[in-house]
Design a protein around this ligand. Structure first.
Ligand code: MF3
Ligand code: CO
Ligand code: CO
Length: 268
């Protein structure tokens, strides 16, 4: 069945379907794949240098240099006024931490490094957690369970699943460990723009939301808190989000494409 036929079929069943522009062409998928590949190489470079004593500005420098060296553009820089080339979020920072010389990584910290690369006009977006030195068991568990929740989605979400199945899987999984999912920030479609539709919820009811068609490219990027799910926005920089209760937060992000078989990772 082609797009029109599939869309009509699922619409008749009463479901929301992706718009035609959410279904990428082969060529577009190859473009996003290349951007994703470059993006992962940048994260590999971060993995090599991250350790206690460095600043998040040092991470920014490495990301910026490596991205340019590979022929890419760091997407965060100047995106809606964001001042740096990467997001670095330590401990109770949920996301959108701004690299700074003043933020020195210390033993026991956990940090999310979120890289996005523009390559040939296409975006690749992924983030990883890093454990700095020796980290306590609770933080290790938080980081591990967050990744397991994302990996479980990759394994279980098949074509024609529903958008909210993603969040259902994530929230159910992390709740078992007493953790909570941030609701306000989600994943997103990705392609020739940084953030495209649909908004990818990390919580929700099974069997609801848009039907996921082959050819869709999007991120899943759950933010999981040790304590409760509530957050606040840094009033000084208007970017960084923190947990309300000061508990630590973890996040992993992949860029994915839905194929006829299931989800394929384009950047991790
Ligand atoms: N990379 C983030 C995401 O996963 C977005 C960061 S926007 C920035 O969607 F401006 F803070 F870089
Ligand atoms: Co993203
Ligand atoms: Co990202």
């Amino acid at each position: 069945m082609n797009y029109e036929e599939l869309a009509n079929k699922y619409k008749r069943m009463g479901f929301e379907v992706p718009s035609a522009d959410m279904i990428k062409t082969k060529e577009e998928i190859e473009g996003i794949r290349e951007a994703g590949r470059i993006n992962s190489l940048v994260l590999d470079e971060v993995a090599k240098m991250i350790k206690p004593g460095i600043s998040t500005e040092d991470i920014n420098d490495v990301v910026h240099k490596k991205t340019l060296e590979l022929g890419g553009i760091p997407a965060p820089l100047n995106y809606e006024g964001f001042p740096k080339s990467v997001c670095t979020s330590i401990n109770d920072a949920v996301c959108h931490g701004i690299p700074s010389k003043k933020d020195i990584l210390k033993n026991g910290d956990i940090i999310n490094v979120d890289c996005t690369t523009i390559y040939n006009g296409y975006y690749g977006d992924a983030s990883r957690m890093f454990l700095i030195g020796t980290v306590d068991d609770d933080a290790k568990k938080l980081v591990e369970v967050t990744k397991e929740a994302l990996d479980l989605c990759v394994k279980e979400i098949k074509p024609f699943a529903h958008l909210r199945d993603i969040g259902f899987i994530i929230e159910k999984y992390v709740k078992k460990y007493g953790f909570s999912v941030v609701h306000e920030v989600g994943g997103h479609g990705v392609g020739k723009e940084f953030h495209e539709d649909p908004f990818v919820y990390h919580f929700g009811k099974k069997g609801t939301g848009m039907v996921l068609f082959p050819g869709m490219t999007f991120t899943i990027e759950p933010m999981v808190n040790e304590g409760d799910r509530h957050i606040f926005l840094d009033a000084d920089n208007n970017w960084t989000i923190y947990t309300d209760d000061g508990s630590r937060s973890a996040q992993w992000e992949y860029t994915l494409v839905m194929t006829e078989e299931g989800l394929e990772i384009l950047s991790k």
